[in-house]
Design a protein around this ligand. Structure first.
Ligand code: UT7
Length: 332
């Protein structure tokens, strides 16, 4: 059987930096509260009409392909993760495929929120391992800023989320020691409404009902404390699952790249696992939570910073809406 190897990573974030002080002008919040509760200092938000979700994905993909030395024409599969969409349908994968100029290549859309990229990478891995495809492009892209309630009413959510995209090029290899060693995906729909958005929905279309101005339906809602408690349990669980499946231990890990949900969640996970924070990548300070884009942006930045060296053992892990959670263990 083939193995699948990540050979290039890239990311792209919108130019506009939004500070906690900028948010103080929009709602009743403070830089001190946001830093203390989340670790976030700035996030990127698109300017009105500046980008599409698939366009962010395209920019990240171009960089990932360039770094991988792979031409777009070599891509045989696209897996595109984003919890939100530019349009009701189709998803961003087809629009991005058109931008890449590779008609005919399958484009799968994944909507598993913060676990979107880890799910997408797991799916690409299986297609490559089974020999179906040799080269896959896996993308996590998100524009959250236009869909959140930027008033005091929505402050628990709106101070957290940011926009951006990340991408990875995955290719088949015959080397059994290198690449994606194991993948683990989970979901628990009993908690779907602990972090969710009712809109867009078949229940509130022009044909059915006019409730476009109802914040109960239009904006995301989250039981933050509830999500927090589950996150600090599920992250360590799913990381240990990946280690146990491969016979590695915490000490063998060179780097953990968790979904950037909240710095306090990351610190609690590191403490529970007994991993020093120096081995846990964090960039939430600068980007906030970019849902499906957070793991690939973090992976791309970790690589840029020289933290993913040849032979490094890296664990990617996510937890978020659904609830969904997942992990992958990768030997670079
Ligand atoms: O990506 C995966 C999904 N998301 C997550 O993993 C997020 C998980 N949850 C969290 O990160 C945290 O629960 C939050 C950051 C969302 C909230 O932090 P918290 O420490 O759990 O605060 P809380 O919800 O218990 O609220 C404490 C207080 C409340 O006021 P009262 O009732 O004590 O008077 C909130 O109304 O903080 C208030 N509050 C705010 N104050 C200033 C909530 N949001 C804000 C805000 N600025 N932005």
């Amino acid at each position: 059987m083939k193995n699948s190897k990540i050979v290039g990573m890239g990311h792209f974030v919108p130019e506009q930096v939004v500070t906690n002080f900028d948010l103080e002008k929009m709602m009743d919040t403070s830089d001190a509260w946001i830093r203390e509760r989340t670790g976030i200092e700035t996030r990127r938000w698109i300017r009105p009409g500046e980008h599409t979700i698939y366009g962010l994905g395209y920019n990240a993909s171009k960089l990932a392909l360039e770094r991988a030395g792979v031409d777009a024409s070599e891509i045989e599969l696209i897996v595109f993760a984003s919890v939100l969409a530019d349009h009701g349908f189709p998803g961003g994968g087809c629009f991005m495929q058109e931008q890449l100029g590779i008609p005919g290549v399958p484009a799968i859309d994944i909507r598993n929120a913060c676990s979107g990229f880890t799910y997408a990478l797991s799916i690409a891995d299986k297609f490559i391992k089974t020999g179906t495809y040799k080269t896959a492009l896996v993308v996590g892209a998100e524009i959250q800023s236009t869909g959140i309630d930027r008033t005091t009413r929505g402050r628990d959510i709106s101070v957290i989320f940011g926009d951006g995209a990340g991408a990875a090029v995955v290719v088949a290899t015959d080397d059994p020691q290198k690449g994606i060693l194991t993948t683990h995906m989970h979901a628990d729909g009993r908690y779907a409404k602990k972090l969710w958005c009712d809109w867009p929905s078949i229940h509130y279309t022009p044909a059915v009902k006019q409730v476009f101005d109802d914040p109960e339906h239009n904006f995301p809602h989250m039981d933050g404390r509830y999500v927090f408690k589950h996150a600090v349990t599920r992250f360590p669980e799913v990381i240990m699952e990946a280690l146990q499946a491969t016979g590695y231990t915490i000490e063998d890990l060179d780097l953990v790249i968790p979904h950037q949900a909240n710095l306090r969640i990351t610190e609690a996970v590191a403490q529970r696992l007994g991993v020093p924070m120096s081995k846990v990548f964090s960039n939430i300070q600068r980007y906030g939570n970019t849902t499906a884009a957070s793991v690939p942006i973090a992976m791309s930045e970790a690589w840029e910073q020289g933290l993913i060296k040849d032979d490094a053992l890296v664990c990617l892990a996510s937890f978020g809406g659904g609830f969904t959670w997942a992990s992958l263990l990768v030997r670079f």
